[in-house]
Design a protein around this ligand. Structure first.
Ligand SMILES: Cc1ncc(COP(=O)(O)O)c(C=O)c1O
Length: 348
């Protein structure tokens, strides 16, 4: 069976408008000058979706809401960090699909204060009408979500729990579908992408792409990530396990091994959600040269990694490289002081 046929058999709710565009980043290439080594940099605009501000998590939520509906759920419980893009989009999708939504937010980042606690995704979670459970530092969000699902069950509801980042084999199917989309666009553009570059947080995005590449018979090591949450070795293990889970759901052999998955830990810096100067520079470069917004936790670090890899000669001259813009720009408002503070550089 083909990947397209396998995907069509699985429950899914439409949350996207169709394929997201692929655009060349000419002005970034120009800014890199000779160090770009003739590499053509493209962005796949997964930030460009109309629902809830858009972003990679909507692809996962298509399959998670399909699964929830199959289970007869009337409520979705989503977990994430305080500034989670996943919970924001789960709340928006629930609003559109007419399902109740509860969010369990954990303190995963050593930050607080007005802009972090009340702005960005937190503000939007509230506007989308979700009920929010704000856990203290050290709280177990998955345990809390399961307990809350049981309480709801006793009250006559059926709750579907979607844990951290929507990264489960079911959620990652959204990016197996994206692999198919990239293959079709590559064909239409008559262009071969030597690499597809993504951030790796809870690993579902890369896992889905890798599963999709394997199911399509393509080289899975072309999907490269920059880890923003876990050390590279742990991110590889999590990605392999989830990708094999996705392949099983699709009816393909769970054949991936650790050396099929490429993850770099170079951009993690002091840890998850902690800014680095390379991230600040990458976000500023993309904004001032292309007018596009990266986010400070995921895309900013991954794009910094791509720029560093290009400058270090890790891609061959003339390669086409596709960077997946995964969205998350509401997070910028939670990190305003990192951009307007000591690291401020005037655009050139
Ligand atoms: C904007 C954005 N980009 C990338 C990622 C990373 O995706 P994953 O958790 O599937 O690795 C996330 C995850 O929260 C995200 O919100």
């Amino acid at each position: 069976m083909s990947l397209a046929q396998a995907l069509s058999l699985l429950p899914r709710r439409d949350l996207l408008e169709g394929p997201t565009p692929i655009q060349r980043l000419h002005r970034i290439e120009d800014a890199m000058g000779l160090s770009s080594n003739g590499i053509r940099i493209y962005a796949k605009r997964d930030d460009l979706m109309s629902l809830g501000g858009g972003g990679n998590k909507l692809r996962k939520l298509e399959f998670l809401f399909g699964d929830a509906e199959m289970a007869g759920a009337d409520t979705i419980i989503a977990t994430g960090g305080r500034q989670s893009n996943f919970t924001r989009l789960a709340a928006a999708a629930a609003a559109r699909l007419g399902m109740a939504c509860e969010l369990v937010l954990a303190r995963m980042v050593p930050r607080g204060g007005g802009e972090y606690d009340r702005n960005g995704n937190v503000l939007l979670d509230d506007l989308f009408g979700a009920r929010i459970h704000d856990l203290p530092a050290g709280g177990d969000s998955t345990g809390f979500a399961q307990k809350r699902a049981e309480e709801l069950r006793l009250a006559g509801h059926i709750a579907y729990v979607a844990t951290l980042g929507g990264s489960s084999p079911v959620g990652s199917l959204g990016y197996a579908a994206c692999a198919l989309e990239i293959q079709a666009q590559s064909h239409d553009l008559d262009m071969d992408f030597a690499a597809v570059v993504v951030p790796n947080g809870s690993s579902g995005t890369q896992a889905g792409l890798v599963a999709g590449y394997r199911a399509l018979g393509l080289d899975t090591t072309r999907v490269r990530s920059h880890s923003v949450l876990a050390p590279a070795a742990s991110a590889v293990s999590a990605t392999v396990e989830m990708a094999n889970g996705a392949l099983t759901l699709l009816g393909f052999e769970a054949s991936l091994r650790w050396d099929d998955v490429q993850v770099s830990g170079d951009q993690l810096g002091p840890g998850y959600g902690v800014p680095t100067s390379a991230m600040v520079e990458a976000v500023r470069l993309m904004a001032s040269r292309e007018g596009l917004l990266l986010d400070p936790v995921y895309g900013g670090k991954a794009f910094a990694g791509l720029l560093a890899d290009i400058s270090a000669g890790r891609y061959a001259a003339g390669d086409n490289v596709l960077f997946i813009m995964t969205g998350g720009s509401p997070g910028l408002y939670a990190y305003a002081s990192d951009f307007l503070g000591a690291n401020r550089k005037d655009p050139t």
